[in-house]
Design a protein around this ligand. Structure first.
Ligand code: TXA
Ligand code: MG
Length: 319
């Protein structure tokens, strides 16, 4: 039996499966089975008020999951599905409470990764899945980054190598004919505006999307973020004070730093997609090196820079 057959059998039996997507690895269960969905919360130690995204493999599946799909949502679907965009809808009355953490809305996404799409097809049911990390830790973006604490709790794990984007999906909700970005990702504000839609910001993101209010992406080591123009000076300051430092940054800024500094590359300054895909693996790398402090620099807030800044800010402490 191949990996997808085996995993789909697990899903049908109400068990958990870990699988790759184009964003990050997910830990999933049959979205229509409340007992199975509750196992996800337990395995991740996830707060019960944090709802879970439902993954589908074809557009028709959405009918039984959401109340209705509006024109703006349809435009988003036409352009960005399958792909790294999650859309919040009114929840269909048939959907179990557990998926939505009791909310009257439900998040849906159609991934572009073939493995997860085949898994959903074989299982014959939509799959509810958060990222495959213990809550509060860094999301795994490669098979080798999966945490045994979580893999040992599931029925099957599918190896799909490295995830294409390496950042979780963009989460949006349409209200008053505007698209609100609740979580930044590879589908950017600019890309949504490009198809003629209005994008707006809200102050109450935390209420709309509970996941954004939890402490996230915390590596075990302390990280601070400093302005790019002050990066070298700040690192030298800490080194001079005798602090053992890791510099997490783009290659262009790591060049020429003191050799006592451990360097963790985020990739090429001129390729922010590449940087975005390296953020989580860099945070994991930081935990493997023996330093007292990680120092990262800031990025532009434009394009995918917004998603990079969001994840790095949430991983770092304020100074
Ligand atoms: O790329 C991704 O989205 C990955 C892969 C596995 O698909 N999944 C993922 O799930 O990142 P998770 O649970 O780690 O993050 C989902 C985010 C959370 O911030 C959650 O609060 C929000 O989406 N969310 C889910 N359902 C929601 C709802 N009904 N209303 C508002 N926010 C919701
Ligand atoms: Mg997550």
């Amino acid at each position: 039996m191949d990996q997808i057959n085996l995993a789909s059998k697990c899903i049908k039996e109400g068990e958990l499966v870990i699988f790759p997507t184009e964003t990050v690895y997910g830990i999933g269960a049959d979205a229509m089975n409340p007992i199975a969905v509750k196992k996800i919360y337990k395995a991740k130690n996830r707060p019960s008020q944090n709802p879970i995204i439902v993954h589908i493999s074809n557009r028709l599946q959405i009918d039984g999951i959401v109340e209705k799909v509006g024109t703006i949502e349809n435009k988003l679907i036409d352009k960005f599905w399958p792909g790294p965009l999650t859309i919040i809808f009114q929840r269909h009355k048939n959907m179990p409470d557990a998926v939505s953490a009791g909310k009257d809305t439900i998040a849906v996404r159609m991934p572009s990764n073939d493995i997860v799409r085949d898994l959903i097809k074989e299982a014959g049911t939509p799959i509810a899945a958060p990222s495959a990390n213990i809550s509060g830790r860094v999301s795994p973006t490669d098979f080798t980054d999966l945490d045994p604490e979580i893999t040992q709790q599931v029925c099957a794990v599918i190896d799909g190598g490295k995830c294409m984007y390496g950042l979780e999906s963009t989460v949006v909700r349409v209200m008053d004919r505007k698209v609100y970005i609740l979580r930044h990702g590879a589908v950017t504000k600019e890309m949504i505006e490009h198809i003629g839609l209005e994008v707006a910001e809200r102050e109450d993101k935390e209420i709309l999307s509970p996941g954004t209010s939890f402490k996230h992406y915390s590596p075990k080591s302390k990280i601070i973020m400093v302005e790019k123009s002050l990066y070298k000076d700040q690192i030298e300051n800490y080194v001079n004070k005798g602090v053992v430092v890791a510099a997490i940054g783009v290659d262009q800024l790591l060049l020429g730093l003191d050799e006592s500094v451990k360097k963790i590359s985020l990739g090429d300054e001129n390729d922010l997609e590449q940087v975005a895909g390296n953020v989580f693996s860099a945070l994991m790398e930081l935990d493997k090196v023996d330093v007292q402090l990680g120092i990262v620099h800031d990025f532009t807030n434009e394009g995918i820079g917004a998603a990079i800044m969001d994840r790095l800010k949430r991983a770092s402490v304020s100074i």
